[in-house]
Design a protein around this ligand. Structure first.
Ligand code: SAH
Ligand code: SF4
Ligand code: F3S
Length: 487
């Protein structure tokens, strides 16, 4: 018998009423762990959304606290962690492909450790599959016990046995975890964890647990620290950011947080992802009032059909979405918009799909992430009858994507010959004189220039527009990244 602690989706679906508590001393790094990774290298493969990106930074921080160093490829690492996403079947298949490939490496280097974490680790079925088919995986842990990584790793190193520990109920909001951020000028900041929306197609409320907001004081302290480190752009993260604070009893918590964040002094503040249902007028007003709150709104609609929105449990109607959209566009006319759309939800009809297309024509989004519905075991939609053939769904996706491309091209064309401010992310790997970065509206710009560094704010003249990027030439560096001056 093993003593694995396995996930349970039914338990994960339950929501407790207890007031949340914050754990400030849950993470420990005893002296004996600090040297376990010395002389060893780690590699983290990250799938999925920004929640996972941020978690990977936290794991990197913990591993470096154990003496590990980052490897430049997984072939030369001593520890591989696969941070997984369960949102669609194809995300899961990628992970299975990778685990299969690691088998090869582990044959050559048996002392190499392989760990799996993230949202797939919260699913019963995936964990059972991995245990059965990928015996080379040494460590499995979930999204609620990230802070346990050093202890779990130490255990598998000491015993040579597989360690599996997953909590199906979220615990505390764990503060004061170390982290190694991937960028020196842009930072992700979690403001809340989990999701209570339970859209019928979505696995996230099961894999990430209930909505838990961080205390505003903790978020602001993190922001001030990032400001002191010269970060220029921050992105406030949550599955449902404008529900921020509701669990703490603050009615307009997100608008208040945006207001407070804007006063910290960053050049750019973004947020991901708002839900149309909780997007209140206070939030629109704050966004419109501050120049450092970026005019880019990702507002997932999922479908333009009332019938499907209801079956998805999205808690807004087509009309409510359009009303919100129009109010934001009116108040912030320079804003760009993107959305998420699922086609082929169970029994979506041609008429439902036509409603999605007409909504798209109204909003004329700058871009969109479009998906074919993927049934997720354990969710209500996976139990719904679905008679729509796969070919029809694929055809709908293609029709929708043509529309997405058309408006993306149109909206970008308006930038031709304009001067925009780009926050430079670095130069192209192939051509050192070509740089890339984003405008406030989140437009990707590839531009020519000289003596430009990651983190510089650069005025760029747009010379060419495409559907998914703009090309341009640097006019001047508006503000160099402070790091280049001081070091
Ligand atoms: N919390 C965010 C996004 C979560 S997942 C929100 O609600 O907007 C990101 C996107 O993946 C979703 O917006 C949805 O469009 C898509 N998605 C989620 N579950 C899916 C499924 N089962 N099949 C296809 N797409 C899905
Ligand atoms: Fe999933 Fe809906 Fe929550 Fe977004 S709001 S994470 S789509 S359940
Ligand atoms: Fe995927 Fe989990 Fe994010 S399922 S989209 S990694 S919250």
């Amino acid at each position: 018998m093993n003593d694995y602690r396995l996930p349970n989706l039914k338990e994960a679906a339950r929501r407790q009423r207890d007031p949340e508590h914050i754990a400030r001393d849950l993470f420990t790094m005893p002296e004996e762990y600090r040297t376990l990774g010395e002389g060893k290298r780690y590699y983290i493969l990250t799938h999925g959304c920004q929640a996972n990106e941020r978690d990977s930074e936290t794991m990197a921080g913990m591993l470096e606290g154990m003496g590990y160093q980052k490897a430049s490829s997984y072939a030369e690492s001593d520890l591989i962690l696969v941070n997984t996403c369960a949102v669609r079947q194809n995300a899961e298949e990628k992970v299975y492909g990778e685990l299969g490939a690691f088998l090869e490496y582990k044959r050559k280097k048996p002392e190499m450790l392989i760990g799996m974490c993230g949202c797939m680790a919260q699913e019963e079925r995936s964990v059972q599959d991995v245990l059965k088919k990928y015996p080379q995986v040494d460590l499995i842990f979930g999204t609620h016990n990230l802070h346990r990584l050093p202890a779990l790793l130490a255990e598998t190193m000491k015993t040579g046995k597989k360690v599996v520990e997953i909590y199906s109920r979220e615990g505390e909001v764990v503060e004061d975890l170390p982290s190694h951020r991937n960028s020196r000028h842009k930072a992700w900041v979690n403001i809340m964890y989990g999701c209570d929306k339970f859209c019928t197609y979505c696995i996230v409320p099961y894999t990430r647990g209930k909505e838990r907001s961080r205390r505003i004081g903790d978020i602001l302290a993190e922001l001030k620290e990032l400001k002191a480190q010269n970060y220029r752009e921050i992105c406030l993260l949550g599955q449902n950011v404008n529900a921020y604070g509701l669990d703490l009893g603050h009615a307009h918590g997100f608008a208040q947080l945006l207001q407070a964040a804007s006063e910290v002094g960053f050049e750019r503040i973004r947020f991901m992802t708002p839900h149309p249902h909780n997007f209140d007028q206070e939030c629109i007003d704050v966004l419109a009032a501050h120049e450092n709150l970026m005019p880019y709104i990702h507002l997932p609609v999922q479908s333009g059909s009332d019938r499907i929105l209801k079956k998805m449990n999205r808690s807004y109607s087509r009309e409510e979405y359009l009303d919100l959209f129009d109010r934001i566009r009116e108040k912030i006319p320079q804003a760009s918009f993107s959305t998420d759309i699922i086609v082929g939800f169970p029994n979506e009809t041609d008429e439902d799909f036509a409603d999605t297309l007409s909504l798209y024509d109204h909003c004329q989004f700058d871009s969109a992430f479009t998906f074919i519905y993927s049934p997720r075991g354990g969710t209500p939609a996976a139990r719904m009858e679905d008679l729509t053939p796969r070919e029809v769904k694929e055809e709908r996706l293609q029709i929708l994507n043509e529309k997405v491309g058309y408006y993306a091209h149109e909206r970008n064309a308006a930038f031709l010959n304009r001067e925009v401010i780009v926050l430079c992310d670095g130069s192209s790997k192939k051509k050192k004189e070509i740089f890339a970065g984003y405008t406030p509206e989140n437009k990707l710009v590839n531009f020519k220039g000289e003596n430009i560094h990651a983190g510089d704010l650069v005025k760029v003249r747009i010379t060419e527009t495409h559907s998914y990027s703009l090309n341009g030439e640097a006019v001047e560096i508006i503000s160099p990244f402070p790091y280049n001056i001081s070091e």
